[in-house]
Design a protein around this ligand. Structure first.
Ligand code: ATP
Length: 237
């Protein structure tokens, strides 16, 4: 199987704290992998290591068939990876448009950045309507769309999406998940970190459950969703 992301035996530490201890993980090319598990299981640490923001102690990270273990964040971006971080982290004092253009500045190509900005307004009409509004004044769902839009400005082939549904009303969560499915339809591979296991399993092609920095289970979403032990131990929302 062709993979967008293939991680083998990943270890990541914060000083003496072994946050991720030998996990394997794949995102099929053009597919969605759900990365699940309780608070503190190691999901965000894994995402930050993939993005090159945390050092890989050991193990291997391949992107689209190319070994990228230990690569710096800018090289990871050039390899086609973008991150929408946990907590959204939009620049509250900047407008919607300024947030997007700032992300676009990484392209070093104003024309391409303007083209992507227009694409984002099309993909997220509400962001187009609110383009001159300060990001801090947007609703949680709109901020999440902005966080995804910002990640998409670099034209990624793989999106790392950390907890997009956190703190959002169910109806808004549905909208966000529709967007994730649209991204897949557009050929973008997605690593979807989620607390909301049921919804994530619903749209994923592959799923991995972490517990205490290790893989507790991995496989087809339908199998994981129907596993009673797994459900009660790790996936209860
Ligand atoms: P959450 O949903 O709460 O973000 P998570 O599955 O993403 O959970 P991580 O944030 O990756 O989990 O945390 C994994 C482990 O690493 C936890 O034990 C956590 O306490 C620890 N940890 C996370 N960030 C740091 C840090 N900056 N310094 C030290 N330990 C950390």
């Amino acid at each position: 199987m062709e993979t967008a992301l293939d991680i083998q035996g990943l270890h990541v530490r914060y000083g003496p704290i072994r946050a991720v201890q030998g996990i394997d993980l794949i995102v099929p090319k053009g597919g969605i992998t759900a990365l699940l598990g309780a608070n503190g299981a190691g999901k965000t640490t894994t995402v930050m290591a993939i993005a090159g923001a945390l050092p890989v102690v050991s193990g291997a990270v391949s992107l689209f068939g190319k070994d990228m273990t230990g690569a710096k964040p800018d090289a990871i971006v050039r390899a086609g990876v973008a991150i929408s971080p946990e907590g959204r982290r939009v620049f509250a004092q900047l407008t919607v448009e300024e947030n997007l253009l700032l992300a676009g500045s990484i392209l070093g190509d104003e024309k391409l950045s303007a083209k992507r900005l227009a694409e984002m307004k099309e993909r997220f009409p509400i962001l187009g309507e609110r383009r001159r509004q300060m990001a801090g004044l947007l609703s949680g769902g709109e901020q999440q769309m902005l966080a995804v839009g910002r990640a998409l400005m670099s034209g990624p082939r793989l999106l790392l999406l950390d907890e997009p549904s956190l703190g959002l009303a169910p109806q808004v969560v549905d909208q966000i998940f529709d967007i994730v499915e649209e991204l897949k339809a557009d050929g973008i591979s997605v690593l979807l970190v989620e607390q909301n296991a049921a919804l994530a399993l619903d749209i994923a092609d592959h799923a991995v459950v972490l517990a205490n920095g290790a893989v507790a289970a991995a496989g087809a979403p339908s199998e994981l969703a129907n596993d009673a032990v797994l459900q009660s131990a790790y996936l209860a929302a």
